[in-house]
Each structure stands twice: as C-alpha cells, then as structure tokens.
Write a protein that binds this ligand. Structure first.
Ligand SMILES: [Zn+2]
Ligand SMILES: [Zn+2]
Length: 254
C-alpha cells in the first residue's frame, strides 16, 4: 500500500501546500482521501493517475477537504479523452448525497450523472466498507464537525489511518490502535491550539497512545513558518515522524 501526499495544506493558500488531498494505491483500489482545492493539478504534477481512482472518500464538508470534488467529476468527463466509463464510488459522511444533489442543482445534472456509473455511499462512525479485493475502509467519528470522520484503509494485514480534521480524542486513539502509518492532521502550533484541531504535541500523543508504527503529519496552516513540527511531535512519540510536504510518498509497512 502506497500513500502520496498531494496536498499537505489547508484553506490558507501558500505556494508550497495545497488543500487536503491524499492518494492511496492499495491494489486493486486507487483511493483519493479528501479532494481539496489543488488536488487535480498536484496529481498531474506528481504523475498520479488521478482519472483512475476507484473510490473517493471525503472526511467532512469543509471546503478545504472536498471543494474540488465537483471539478474532479467535471474533469473525468471533459478533462480526459476518452471520457471515463469505469464506475466510481464516492464515500462520505451522512449528508453526502443531499449535498451532491444540491451541487447538481447549482452546476448541472452531470454531477450525479457524469456519464459513468456513480455510486454514493454514506458511512457512519464505526462502519466498515469493503472497497475491492481485500481492501476495507473503516470510519471513526472525530471531534471537529458534527459529521467529521477519520478513515482507516486496511489491506494485506496493514492499516493506514487518516485522521481528517480532529481535535484530541481518546476514542480516536483507541480506534487507531496499532496502525502501521498514522496520517495525522497538524493544523496549528501548540501555542495556537484550539479544541477542534491537532498540534504537533497532540499528534505525537495520538501516535503514542495508538501505538502507531509511523507518524506522518499533514494539514499545516502557514503559521508554522520555518519551524519543524516533527521535532516538537518527537517529545511525545518515539517512532519515526515525518512532516509531509506535497508530493511525499510513503510505503505503508516499511
Ligand atoms: Zn475541517
Ligand atoms: Zn481542514
């Protein structure tokens, strides 16, 4: 299972970081985890076969996590030749179908009828969805918005956990237990901490409490400047820590 960080940033634009987007290659599944602004152009830059995603999973309805989903569907129809014909499954919290229906009202019927079979799958906390082959997607509630979810991708005895956006949560730590790679949001420095997001120390503590094998930090606001979030997270977690930049690739389990 391979993870590519497409966007390690947030809603705040910087040249280095676009909004949340992560690509997981877990044969036979190609999964886009969140689809914030910049996803498609970053995927093109890094040589990711974006048009071949089998599934897109959205953690919550903040714009920096799903604002480019409409553009993604548009690109599958008009951005490639020939247009896509393979089925695609969109996964998200409850309310996903209603919101996509509203988007279709604004953008056009192609949102729900893009010219290929489109399945919308709403998931609830605690649910597990079989994607394809032995690949499973599990969901856990996070304290961020009423609908926000963390996801775990499980295949071949390996487990990748992506927190989406979250505040500190013991429930999340228990659910993430023993994961091979914890991809954790790290929105704000410790001195700017708010309840609804993690900081380097909080992300490190989450990795420690979960017994994660490796911690990859993502989703940085520009306020971090030149400071190294990984160095601060190290005060809480002994394992390997990487502060991701756009384009970083990781093999889960190595
Ligand atoms: Zn959010
Ligand atoms: Zn966010």
């Amino acid at each position: 299972m391979e993870l590519t960080v497409l966007g390690s940033g947030t809603v705040a634009p910087t040249p280095e970081r676009t909004a949340a987007a992560h690509w997981v290659d877990a044969p036979p599944v190609k999964l886009l985890l969140d689809c914030g602004a910049g996803t498609l152009h970053r995927a093109a830059t890094f040589g990711i076969p974006w048009a071949e995603a089998t599934h897109v999973a959205i953690t919550h309805f903040h714009q920096d996590h799903w604002g480019e989903l409409g553009m993604y569907l548009f690109a599958l129809r008009w951005g490639i030749e020939p247009p896509r014909s393979a089925p695609l499954t969109l996964i998200g919290p409850r309310g996903m179908r209603t919101r996509l229906t509203l988007l279709a009202g604004a953008y056009g019927d192609w949102v729900l009828e893009p010219g290929f079979p489109l399945e919308i799958r709403e998931v609830s906390p605690g649910e597990s969805v079989s994607l394809a082959g032995d690949v499973e997607l599990e969901a856990c509630k996070t304290p961020h918005t009423t609908e926000s979810l963390a996801y775990a991708v499980r295949t071949g005895g390996l487990r990748l956990v992506y927190t989406g956006d979250t505040g500190p949560s013991e429930e999340l730590a228990r659910w993430a237990a023993g994961c091979d790679l914890l991809l954790a949001e790290c929105s704000l420095p410790d001195e700017r901490a708010i309840e609804l997001h993690l900081t380097p120390s909080r992300a490190g503590a989450l990795a420690r409490d979960a017994g994660a094998r490796r911690l990859v930090l993502t989703h940085f606001y520009p306020v971090f400047g030149q400071t190294d979030p990984a160095a601060i997270a190290r005060s809480e977690f002994d394992g390997e820590i990487v502060a991701a930049t756009d384009g970083d690739r990781f093999t889960v389990g190595e």
